[in-house]
Design a protein around this ligand. Structure first.
Ligand SMILES: [Zn+2]
Length: 310
């Protein structure tokens, strides 16, 4: 058995009930890729709703669960779809909801892509914190990692191992090749709402100057300036400054948390990614979701513990 589904919470307090927000809150901006103006209104929701995203701009007002079963592969971001309706770049919102322990809410979105904001989760966290939490009348389900699980290759992998004291720990080890201006760096955090707010949420999306030139050369993201994310050249960020010495590893940790949140349960264990990206995160989230489903149905997990190719 690789995991066990139990009731409780993540972080230093191992037991908690489900939460929603006390009042609706709102964040708006433009999408990185689409450039479209978009407004996200996050509403409280009843027990057992989970995170649901709805497209208020479409006639049918389609609904999509914030779960890995709705995920599809996309370059440099995490997208969800239900039927024709897509919900693009959801990871920074999902990370904020997961870390702040907001289990039930309806996110009303009026375009296909979520707002890029400053490239971080900070504004989501700020608005959600201001909205306040309501404790609901049932315990939050969680998946406790009992055995080591690793997926990927030697060049990039992601691993889940049991935690020593019931903590939820997320770590990213960044090591790009010699041609990039981003130095090897790492960041890890025992996740609590406060630590996420202070140490992870402000870390911004980044690209190298070469990647930015390539994207702009292809006529994409022409509205995105060097202040809307970190564009990293040989002398560091172009027209910008790091918020943290290891801001890139912190942002990758943010993405890891947001992508694994799609498993739909609290995760008790130590999760480490070495050079992984959204695709590998999505594969692990799918494993974790299946483990949680098997545990809740009382069937034995069938996952192999050996590394496998990505
Ligand atoms: Zn990101």
């Amino acid at each position: 058995m690789l995991g066990q589904l139990v009731q409780g919470g993540h972080g230093v307090n191992p037991s908690r009930n489900e939460h929603t927000i006390a009042v609706s809150c709102e964040v708006s901006g433009r999408g990185y890729w689409s450039g479209k103006e978009v407004r996200v209104i996050i509403h409280p929701a009843s027990l057992g709703t989970g995170v649901r995203l709805i497209r208020s701009d479409l006639p049918a007002i389609p609904v999509c669960e914030g779960l890995v079963s709705r995920r599809y592969d996309a370059n440099l971001r995490t997208n969800l779809a239900h039927g024709e309706a897509t919900f693009q770049m959801v990871e920074h919102l999902m990370a904020a909801l997961y870390a702040l322990e907001i289990d039930n809410c309806i996110c009303e979105i009026d375009a296909e892509e979520l707002p890029s904001l400053d490239g971080s989760s900070f504004e989501f966290v700020e608005q959600l914190s201001n909205a306040g939490l309501i404790v609901q009348a049932a315990p939050r389900k969680r998946l406790v990692i009992r055995d080591r699980l690793r997926i990927g290759t030697m060049d990039g992998w992601i691993e889940a191992v049991p935690s020593r004291a019931g903590e939820s720990y997320f770590e990213y080890q960044l090591s790009f090749d010699d041609q990039t201006p981003i130095a090897p760096q790492a960041f890890g955090v025992e996740l609590t709402p406060n630590r996420f707010m202070r140490e992870v949420a402000p870390a911004r999306t980044f690209v190298t100057k070469a990647q930015a030139d390539q994207i702009r050369g292809a006529g994409l993201a022409s509205h995105v300036t060097n202040q809307d994310l970190l564009v990293i050249g040989s002398d560091g960020p172009v027209d910008n400054e790091y918020r943290f010495r290891n801001e890139c590893a912190r942002h990758k940790t943010l993405d890891l948390i947001g992508d694994l949140a799609l498993a739909g349960v609290d995760l008790i264990g130590r999760f480490t990614s070495f050079r992984g990206g959204h695709n590998l995160n999505g594969q692990l989230a799918a494993h974790l979701a299946e483990m949680a489903a098997q545990e809740s149905h009382g069937t034995k997990s069938s996952f192999v513990k050996q590394p496998k190719a990505a």
